[in-house]
Design a protein around this ligand. Structure first.
Ligand SMILES: Nc1nc2c(ncn2[C@@H]2O[C@H](COP(=O)(O)OP(=O)(O)OP(=O)(O)O)[C@@H](O)[C@H]2O)c(=O)[nH]1
Ligand SMILES: [Mg+2]
Length: 369
């Protein structure tokens, strides 16, 4: 497991193994303590064992396969890619749903209820989190586990905290590959929760079919401000906590948002984004979202938009990985690292034009690249 000596260019493909989360990292009770014989934790599984285990829906092996694809070690990368290659024919079958919203909006509470409803209807649910800040705060990993207790215990649900460490690009790569593993393991509804701050929403939009934005009522000025950019990505807006005194405010906000949405281009061609309300306390509105998403699937499948989005996402995934890879290699290059501070300083001092500075750096990089 030692990662000493890995080159920094492996960074973006790397996986920091999450330590210290009970139950094999998936937020579930430790299944190895049950009546079945626990797998030897230390022995490395062969790729055949991984393939067979994942395809059989063995959640312990699935959790280990995810840890493998999250690993930063070069040896793990090779095996992880071989595993993905073999599982690829079994992927793509799930409806992938992104769920975002500011901290505390009620994402986990909604997912708990929504996920349980889907489980009861015979679906198998995987809940993944994408939180590039989690290695620092560790906040939502723990929060999610406590707020999704019933779902975490459900035999048809699998909850996996956000991969930790590294750039958003690294986290996104791991999350996308985790989606594929979960699909190969037979999960047919994948819920990807991300906290509504910054780039992570755009990243999750690029890996899901349906994007749900949770919002709080009573912040009318949000309509003009920062939320607009994210609203444009959403396939539905859901005003949360529509209960008690907040019910009428939620209904008013729903009308406001519907008016605002009227003037926006839809996130998905042929689909009208609308605002809804729900309460995770009373359960009101949750079933409507399920129906809505099923309807979305029917409409976009029939029009071809669904398949086209998946193709576009794959193409964009390739280019974003290339960009990430090149950027990492560039900044890790010894000559670039040695010269960058001086060249930057010359630019800042007005002694060197920016374009000339970048050309110098590129020559350094390409010199022995
Ligand atoms: N009144 C009311 N409170 C709610 C509802 N849903 C969630 N809450 C409360 O809002 C708080 C945050 O809920 P979470 O589900 O943890 O929110 P979150 O968006 O997952 O939060 P982070 O993961 O920290 O970003 C908790 O105290 C919940 O009890 C609801 O439907 N009605
Ligand atoms: Mg949460």
């Amino acid at each position: 497991m030692s990662e000493a000596g890995r080159s920094s260019s492996d960074e973006i493909f790397a996986v920091s193994v999450i330590s210290g989360i009970a139950g094999g990292h998936d937020g579930l009770p430790d299944q190895s303590s049950g009546s079945s014989v626990p797998p030897p934790r230390r022995r490395r599984l062969t790729t055949d064992e991984y393939v067979a285990g994942v395809l059989a829906g063995d959640r312990t092996i699935l959790a280990r396969a995810i840890t493998l694809i999250e690993s930063n070690a070069a040896a793990h990368l090779a095996q992880a890619q071989e595993l993905l290659q073999r599982l690829l024919p079994h992927t793509g079958g799930a409806l992938r749903i992104g769920i975002t919203g500011v901290p505390g909006v009620g994402k986990s509470s909604f997912i708990e209820l929504f996920g349980l409803m889907l489980c009861e209807q015979g679906h198998r649910i995987a809940v993944l989190a994408v939180d590039p800040s989690s290695s620092l705060s560790r906040g939502s990993i723990l929060g999610d586990k406590t707020r999704m207790e019933s779902l975490a215990r459900h035999p048809h649900a699998f909850i996996r905290p956000s991969p930790t460490g590294g750039s958003l690009g690294g986290v996104a790569r791991k999350s996308r590959e985790t989606i594929l593993l979960c699909e190969a393991a037979g999960f047919d509804r994948i819920l990807v929760e991300t906290v509504g701050v910054g780039q992570s929403e755009i990243s999750v939009r690029s890996m899901v079919d349906f994007f749900l934005l949770l919002m709080l009522a009573g912040a009318g000025d949000e309509l003009q401000g920062i939320k607009k950019g994210i609203m444009e990505l959403a396939d539905a807006l859901l005003i949360t906590k529509a209960d008690g005194d907040n019910r009428s405010r939620a209904t008013a906000a729903q009308a406001d948002y519907n008016r605002a949405l009227h003037y926006m281009a839809p996130a998905t061609p042929g689909w009208r984004t609308r605002a809804w309300t729900c309460s995770a306390f009373s359960g009101a509105g949750v079933a409507e979202i399920r129906t809505l998403i099923e309807h979305f699937y029917e409409v976009t499948s029939a029009s071809g938009v669904f398949a086209e989005r998946r193709r576009t996402q794959s193409r964009e995934w390739v280019s974003s990985l290339i960009e990430e890879y090149l950027r990492t290699r560039f900044y890790a290059h010894p000559a670039v690292r040695a010269q960058l501070p001086a060249i930057e300083a010359a630019v800042v001092d007005g002694a060197l034009p920016v374009t000339a500075a970048v050309q110098q750096l590129m020559r350094l990089y390409e010199g022995d690249a």
